[in-house]
Ligand binder design. Structure first.
Ligand code: PLP
Length: 375
């Protein structure tokens, strides 16, 4: 069996090599390394693809989240609601800006925010909700939009893991990441649309917010050397934009390949009693940034070891719920209990999923998992 990887960036590169190499060479020849033409072009192409007015690129997805909270003029002590079961960055930026993270639990099937719990934690200081479209599918944006409207809250979508996924509303279909006040995404190499280093972007339909976001990621300037506010230096390199320009037209195909792998796993494991295959939100497409199943009865770690012996990698996303992280202890004063998030940290297991998986690899993984439960 050839080397199975969680994500195979090398084979994908080889498939696109002539185009990518040419695009990179063009940037190097022009030497327009910062804010070169490829950056503007990528912003325009991604905006068109997503059907959103503005895409503002920046240095990474974490900076995109930070820029969003700054652009919304949130003040120290303002409360932001999100989940305890997400990548650290979502909550980290809330703390970094001295806002107060208010963490709620997730749905045990879809792993996205449990909207039933949101209203119970809203106070007069609550300013925003950050739904995380975890592992590639949308949180329940219909309910979240309804809650936000009734309580006058902003929505910042964490769309780092779901780029390209459609969401069905009652009237139309929209891309995840374009449905809130601001959407944030990441082009980290392993994400559904990845560059060759760090990269990120904010999406918005609001012209005023777009201007604020653009200023924040560029030292608070509109005109060079005239600084109206304090900002940061967070830009998408022209080289990364050139790579993304090559890859964006392939995004739908990349996501389709991920969905095919997921369908294979679903089919292979749905009848194993001690496995729960990932549940689906019926309104959302799932573009499977990760295929995360649950392994019950305390068998997760044993399965992980079993697979490892058969050269099958697997990962635990995420091993610690964020209300249990030392970094956030200052805000978790009451002993909060989020039982679903805590259970998931014990049960979740992510199997390899990427755009280059072969039928032979999939069979090997299937047999590895089935043999564990037959032993
Ligand atoms: C990757 C990721 C981020 C942060 O993106 P970076 O580009 O790594 O800074 C934020 N939120 C989620 C859910 C992510 O998966």
């Amino acid at each position: 069996m050839d080397n199975i990887k969680m994500v195979d960036l090398q084979t994908q590169y080889h498939r696109l090599k002539p185009e990518i190499d040419a695009a990179m060479q063009d940037v190097i020849e022009s030497s327009a390394f910062i804010n070169g033409p490829a950056v503007k072009q990528f912003q325009a192409s991604l905006a068109e693809y997503l059907g959103v007015r503005h895409v503002i690129t920046c240095g990474n997805g974490t900076d995109a989240l930070q820029a969003a909270l700054v652009a919304l003029d949130l003040k120290p002590g303002d409360e932001v609601i999100t989940t305890a079961f997400t990548f650290i960055a979502t909550v980290e930026v809330i703390g970094l800006l001295d806002l107060k993270p208010v963490l709620v639990d997730v749905n045990p099937e879809t792993y996205t925010i449990d909207t039933e719990q949101v209203e119970a934690v809203i106070t007069s200081r609550t300013k925003a909700i950050i739904p995380v479209h975890l592992f590639g599918q949308g949180a329940d944006m219909k309910k979240i939009k309804d809650i936000a409207e009734r309580n006058n809250l902003y929505i910042v979508e964490d769309a780092a893991q779901c780029l390209g996924a459609d969401f069905k509303t009652d009237v139309d279909t929209q891309k995840l990441g374009t449905m809130g006040n601001i959407g944030c995404t990441s082009f980290f190499p392993s994400k559904n649309l990845g560059c060759f280093g760090d990269g990120g972007a904010c999406m918005t339909n609001d012209d005023t917010l777009a201007e604020k976001l653009r200023m924040f990621v560029n030292h608070g300037t509109k005109i060079k050397y005239y600084h109206e506010t304090i900002g940061v230096n967070s830009r998408l390199d022209t080289l990364q934009a050139a790579i993304l320009n090559v890859k964006l037209p392939h995004l739908d195909d990349f996501n389709k390949r991920r969905q095919e792998v997921a369908a294979f796993y679903d089919n292979a494991f749905e009848n194993i009693e001690e496995i729960s295959i990932p549940g689906r939100n019926p309104d959302s497409q799932h573009v499977f940034h990760q295929y995360v199943m649950r392994v019950q009865n305390g068998k997760r770690n044993a399965l992980k070891d079993w697979l490892k012996k058969r050269d099958i990698p697997s990962m635990v996303y995420y091993p610690v719920a964020l209300h249990k992280q030392k970094a956030f202890s200052k805000w978790m004063t009451q002993d909060i209990s989020l039982p679903v998030s805590e259970l998931l940290t014990e049960e979740v297991l992510a199997l390899p999923i990427h755009t280059e998986m072969t039928p032979g690899q999939l069979e090997h993984i299937k047999n590895g998992v089935l043999s564990f439960f037959k032993k």
